[in-house]
Design a protein around this ligand. Structure first.
Ligand code: 5RP
Length: 234
């Protein structure tokens, strides 16, 4: 897919997502380039955004929202989220996803879990028949991470510690590390999730199963809304 077409689709999806917002809502705000476009689209509707409370899924998204004069609040015991809007790295025909390309998987999962309605924006390049061309991010606490990584290694084709362009180890907003893991060809991702969860030090993975309430994606350049597996067209 050409970058230009992908950017156009991200913009269409971001505009479409704004239609789901209502004044006074509490919004869980995702992370990534699609969400960056969503933030700038939302910033055009002052009446709407000024009435929202926003819980961000990363420090980067929180800063971008604040730069656009949006009201960013912290998670709070009594705060209910009406809606969460986020991007995706891969979506399969069962509406399971891989997320975490931007390293925000843990906060993205925590925020989405609290939200009454979860909307994901995925341009055509994210539609897959089987998850796994995109390496699965696995977030691991810093302490002893090489031992935790050794324990998960047999579950994958390969595991690789995520680094910054500078060569430094990438750290998440929770000060954890990420291993990008290539899924084995015939892997059952449901088993993979539970196998990972028993390894001490593993915090979470970028497998998002049963999170999608509404998927906004594109077909022939138009936005499609999918809320049931039966309507998946790829
Ligand atoms: C960040 C994420 C993003 O939602 C995902 O990587 C999609 O990003 P983009 O919109 O840039 O394609 O999970 O942790």
């Amino acid at each position: 897919m050409y970058q230009r077409d992908q950017d156009k689709q991200k913009s269409l999806l971001a505009k479409a997502a704004i239609q789901y917002l209502e004044k006074g809502m509490v919004l869980g705000l995702g992370t990534g380039s699609t969400i960056d476009i969503f933030i700038s689209e939302l910033s055009k509707f002052e009446d709407l955004f000024s009435s929202l409370k926003i819980v961000a899924t990363s420090k980067v998204s929180a800063q971008k929202a604040r730069d656009n004069r949006m009201n960013v609040v912290e998670p709070d015991k009594y705060l209910e989220l009406d809606i969460c809007i986020d991007g995706a790295d891969e979506v399969d025909r069962n509406l399971s996803m891989i997320k975490g390309g931007g390293g925000a998987l843990l906060w993205e999962k925590i925020v989405a879990y609290r939200a009454s309605k979860r909307i994901y924006l995925a341009d055509e390049s994210k539609q897959v028949t089987q998850l796994g061309a995109f390496a699965l991010p696995v977030e691991i606490i810093d302490y002893g991470h090489e031992w935790s990584a050794a324990a998960i290694e047999p579950l994958f084709k390969s595991v690789r510690l995520r680094k910054e362009a500078t060569g430094n180890t990438f750290k998440t907003d929770s000060n954890n590390v990420i291993y990008d893991c290539l899924i084995k060809d015939e892997e059952d991702t449901a088993n993979l999730g539970s196998n990972l969860s028993v390894v001490p030090g593993v915090v979470t993975s970028g497998l998002f199963d049963q999170f999608i309430d509404i998927l906004l994606t594109c077909r022939d350049g138009d936005v499609q809304e999918i809320s049931r597996k039966e309507n998946v067209f790829w």
